[in-house]
Every structure is written in C-alpha cells, then in structure tokens.
Ligand binder design. Structure first.
Ligand SMILES: Cc1cc2nc3c(=O)[nH]c(=O)nc-3n(C[C@H](O)[C@H](O)[C@H](O)COP(=O)(O)OP(=O)(O)OC[C@H]3O[C@@H](n4cnc5c(N)ncnc54)[C@H](O)[C@@H]3O)c2cc1C
Ligand SMILES: [Zn+2]
Length: 298
C-alpha cells in the first residue's frame, strides 16, 4: 500500500506567526490581571496596565487554523516522496491541483515485474487465512479462494502480457495494459493551506480507502513536525465544525464516520443539522485518543 515520506519542508510556525504579524493580529487578554490592567490598585507589569498582551507564536498559529485565516499557512511548503500508489488512484491524487507533482513516467521506465496494490477486501481475506502472497492462495477456501485467484491471476497475467509487449512493441505502447492497481510514484510539493484542504477531503470516511490511507500517512508525517498546526485539523466536518456531507453521511460509504452519532462524545452535526439548531457534543480528549488509534493503524 501507498508509502509516504516527508522529504523536506520550508519555514515553520514562527514564520507563519511572523507573516500574520505583518498583516496585524489582535492582542489577547492578560492572564496576570485578567484583563483589568491593575492588580490591587497597582498597574499590571505584564501588560503595562493595558489588560491585553501580544499573542505568542503558538497562539497566532492556533488562531489562524481555527479561524481559517489560512493564507499565512501558504508560507509553509513541504515535499513528499509518494510510492506504491495505484495508477488508478493517482487520478484522484492529481485532482488536488494546488500542488506540484512529478510522476514516474511509464514512457521512460520499463515496469518489468511491477508491484501492485492489493485492495482492502482482498487483503482482509489474506489476513483471515494468514496468506502472505499469491503462492499461498490454496490456504483459502470457497469463494474467498476464488476471489484471490481471480485477482492474482489477473495481476500476474497482466505482468506477463506487459513484458511480452515491451519486447515486441516497446514500453510506450505496452503500458496501455498496465492495470489500475499497478504501482506508481510521485514527488509532491504542497503548501500547508492546500495540504489542510487535501486532508479535509481525504480523511473523510467517504474518500476511497486507498486515499484515506494515503491521507492518514501524510497526516502522520506532518504531525511529527507541525503538531501545533495539525492539532485542530482532520476531516472537513471536523475542520468546519459541521459536516458538509449532509445526508450522504448516512450512506453505506460513510458507515464508519466517527462523528455522526449524536449520543457519542464525538458528535459533529451536519451543516443541515446546524441550520435546524442541532449543536455539537465534542470532547477533544476523546478525539485525541481516536486520532492516536487511527494513526497507529497505518
Ligand atoms: C469523497 C470524494 C468524492 C469525490 N468524487 C468525485 C467525482 O465523482 N468526480 C470528480 O471529478 N471528482 C470527485 N472528487 C474530487 C473533488 O471534486 C476534487 O476535485 C478534489 O477533491 C480536489 O479538491 P479541491 O478542488 O478542493 O483541491 P485543489 O484542486 O487543490 O484546490 C484547492 C482549492 O482551490 C480552489 N480552486 C482550485 N481550482 C479552482 C478553480 N478552477 N476555480 C475556483 N476555485 C478553485 C478551491 O477553493 C479548492 O477547494 C471527489 C472527492 C472526494 C473527497
Ligand atoms: Zn495585565
């Protein structure tokens, strides 16, 4: 399955705070005097009697993410190495236009013995029987065995066909028989604002499983270096405090949405529910636990 490695990044949250300060940021209440400016009649030294103080870099970054004043986040730019992404889902990846992509070329590379993505349902069957690869298909039985046979026979056959065609018509023509599952690779450069948009769309349980896995791996890599920025970032419903998927959140595709149960501690209403006066019930510590669990599984 898809692999993600953060190769490099440019700028950090202090630069984001610095650029926000150029634009201008409001002061926050002084904790020492609780905004009064005086303590027992004396002028508060922390705020010079103003009752307000300059926000810290961390506070500015949090405000930018929560209030969606996101243009300052464009100053953080990251480059990733993406490998083992399926050719098929590369189209979904490329739909995120506000980024730079350099893809592995099937005109210049011979994809002899290409690797391929094993779809989640097939992986599950393999796990059920403790099957490591196609040489062990006989461990499965009944329909499970048939599914594995159909999938792996097709993959191995397309490798054979591709390799023979490369010999006789060359790689540029032979590549048309490469399957949806065949691995491809990218170098991807994206700024933090666009990355948050990507995560918002692709961490949603309605995104395809491979794209969800991809987004979780991206999140995990970026969280290591920018935890203060990603702290308040997840799927779009989470980021907006209201899920824009509305009724499709009740579709089978969204059956695993962790935010849709009104009786849980992680309830985020849909936008339409908000308009009917239904509010969120949200326990951030519960969310942190959920996030840790999800990220530990990828
Ligand atoms: C669950 C799911 C299902 C999907 N189903 C389909 C589908 O069936 N068919 C399909 O074609 N796609 C589908 N998509 C892809 C989706 O429509 C977007 O193309 C993709 O998610 C990229 O998002 P984006 O445009 O926000 O990102 P980017 O292209 O990175 O753009 C970022 C932001 O820039 C702005 N922007 C970018 N380009 C323009 C523009 N030309 N004009 C105005 N503003 C712009 C927008 O605010 C946009 O949100 C699906 C995505 C998801 C998550
Ligand atoms: Zn004070």
């Amino acid at each position: 399955m898809v692999r993600v490695r953060l190769l490099s990044w440019h700028n950090d949250p202090s630069f984001v705070a610095r650029s926000a300060r150029v634009s201008g940021v409001g002061k926050v209440k002084c904790e020492k005097c609780k905004g009064a400016g005086r303590i027992n009649g004396e002028i508060c030294k922390d705020c010079n009697g103003e009752g307000k103080r300059e926000p810290t870099d961390k506070e500015i970054v949090e405000m930018i993410v929560l209030n969606d004043y996101s243009s300052a986040l464009e100053h953080i730019v990251m480059s990733f190495e993406i490998t083992e992404l399926s050719k098929g889902n590369a189209c979904e990846f490329l739909e995120h236009r506000i980024a730079s992509h350099t893809g592995r070329s099937t005109r210049y590379h011979k994809e002899i013995g290409f690797g391929f993505v094993i779809p989640p349902k097939i992986r599950k069957i393999m796990e059920k029987y403790g099957i490591k690869d196609y040489t062990e298909i006989d461990k499965a039985s009944g329909e499970d065995k048939e599914i594995l046979r159909l999938f792996f026979d097709e993959m191995l056959k397309s490798r054979e066909v591709y390799e023979r065609l490369v010999e006789i018509i060359g790689k540029e023509n032979a590549r048309y028989v490469l399957p949806f599952a065949a691995h491809t690779a990218y170098i991807w450069t994206i700024n933090m604002r666009s990355l948050i948009n990507f995560l918002g769309l692709r961490l949603c349980v309605r995104a395809s499983p491979e794209m969800q896995e991809f987004a979780k791996k991206v999140y995990k890599e970026v969280y290591k270096v920018f935890p203060e920025i990603l702290e308040h970032v997840w799927c779009r419903g989470f980021n907006l405090g209201a899920c824009p998927e509305n009724e499709v959140r009740d579709s089978p595709q969204a059956k695993d949405c962790p935010f849709k149960n009104p009786n849980s501690k992680l309830f985020i209403p849909t936008k339409k529910q908000v308009f009917r006066g239904i509010g969120a019930k949200f326990d951030f510590d519960e969310f942190r636990k959920l996030r840790e669990k999800i990220l530990s599984e990828v």
